[in-house]
Design a protein around this ligand. Structure first.
Ligand code: HAM
Length: 421
């Protein structure tokens, strides 16, 4: 017996039904905000992902050399591919360019609940502006997408990498030491962080202030701490404008300032944000995004960019954790030919009803009525249409309502009226 590779999953029809519902709900919100869908290849030249992050990222990728000797990687995310596409073919489009996508991504991660080697993202890129209203709309859209999918327990965290870097500057630590600390900050491992700071010769007083600023949710306190840093001050003023739009125009108040957001990818700068489902435990991050810079690196004309991606699989897990009731997949009718000589007419009737967009299944196994009715029940058929010789002689069929059990005789010529939506 064969098994699927580690970290991958198969989805049965019930799971696919949930995924389709969530996908449609996400798509409808992107479209409401004026975003247009794009698609890029599942594999790219490896260079696309090492250009910014360096060779170390290869450890986290599925990469291989193809038969033509090219170094290829399965995409770990879609921002770099979409920006490659933009630089190659879309630069002349009017701005802002609002692009969204769905796509499977591949990361050589250690699999666990909510963390897979193949997973699906729904994401977007906003190209051409990072005005405060643009960033506020981006964050609000991410929030509304998750809310609209049916989730009730989500939380938005907002940070800023330029401000974080100003906070770091106060410690006078070289880059390599900062790089050591960043994963600890990312994982909120504050005790280990304190220990590392002490090892790096930072005084207990400075360490404790650093930690305090990383953990505070009070933006004014952070502003005061970095008041000598001009760039950080500008970022904080802009962040305040973004928050005002979120509060006043989008009515989103359920957020926390969190300067310890570092994001895992190397292209971010400025505003960053994450949305989590607190009940999901370790893999609770549903969405991540912010401002970033990739266009000049890929040879395009400098243009401001931002975006986010939502972990599709985790969104479904979060809905399941909240016991969200997904509607079951139904079929309008299941046709049962009572005997073999009824099959031709039954197939014809099925085709007629499908023409008016009814979903129709038909017994293909020549079973008796009772077994067919049982099957009709198992596939959630709303009605069973029983086609027998006595009825057919009178140009009628029997319709059984599968929910109530009620049976009616209907003229074949009137059948379509029973299925018009
Ligand atoms: P990311 O934070 O790496 O950002 O991924 C976005 C989301 O994908 C995460 O919040 C998480 O829900 C989901 N995710 C990541 N890894 C896995 C995994 N192994 N299994 C299941 N779900 C996972 C990005 O990918 C950026 N490209 C987002 C972005 C778009 N930034 C700007 N534009």
């Amino acid at each position: 017996m064969y098994q699927n590779p580690r970290g991958t999953r198969d989805f049965n029809p019930e799971e696919m039904q949930k995924r389709k519902i969530v996908e449609e709900s996400i798509r409808s919100i992107f479209q409401k905000y004026g975003y247009k869908e794009v698609q890029t290849p599942i594999f790219e030249n490896l260079e696309l992902f090492t250009a910014k992050s360096g060779e170390t990222i290869i450890n986290e990728l599925y990469s291989f050399v193809d038969k033509g000797g090219r170094e290829i990687a399965l995409r770990p995310e879609l921002t770099a591919p979409v920006i490659r596409f933009y630089v190659e073919k879309l630069q002349m489009k009017p701005k802002p360019l609002k692009l969204f996508y769905f796509g499977n991504c591949f990361r050589y991660d250690r699999p666990q609940k909510g963390r897979y080697r193949e997973f699906k993202q729904a994401g977007c890129e906003l190209i051409g502006t990072v005005n405060p209203e643009a960033l506020a709309e981006l964050i609000a859209m991410a929030y509304k997408i998750l809310e609209n999918s049916g989730l009730t327990n989500i939380h938005l965290n907002i940070g800023n990498l330029n401000v974080l870097s100003a906070i770091f500057k106060k410690l006078n630590l070289p880059k390599d030491k900062q790089s050591y600390l960043i994963p600890l900050i990312d994982k909120s491992m504050f005790e280990d962080l304190l220990e590392a700071l002490s090892d790096f010769g930072i005084s207990p007083k400075d360490s404790s202030t650093f930690l305090d600023i990383l953990q505070t949710t009070d933006l004014n306190k952070i502003q005061e701490f970095v008041k000598t840093d001009k760039d950080a001050q500008e970022e904080i003023l802009k962040l305040k404008e973004i928050l005002a739009f979120l509060d006043n125009s989008f009515k989103i108040k359920n957020y926390t300032i969190k300067m310890s957001i570092v994001r895992g990818l190397d292209y971010y700068k400025g505003l960053v944000f994450e949305i989590e489902a607190p009940k999901l435990g370790a893999e609770k991050q549903l969405c991540g995004g912010g401002e970033y810079e990739l266009i000049p690196l890929f040879g395009g004309k400098e243009t401001p960019t931002s975006g986010f991606a939502i972990g599709f699989d985790r969104t479904i897990l979060a809905l399941e954790t909240e016991k969200y009731k997904f509607p079951a997949q139904q079929i309008d009718a299941f046709i049962i030919p009572v005997s073999d000589d009824m099959i031709t007419e039954s197939l014809r009737i099925a085709q007629e009803l499908r023409k008016i967009d009814a979903s129709i299944d038909i017994d293909l196994m020549r079973r008796g009525i009772s077994k067919s009715l049982k099957y009709a029940n198992s596939i959630n058929a709303k009605k069973a249409i029983i086609i027998g010789p006595n009825e057919l002689e009178k140009s009628t069929v029997t319709i059984k309502n599968m929910e109530t059990g009620e049976q009616t005789t209907v003229k074949i010529t009137d059948l379509k009226n029973n299925f018009k939506s």
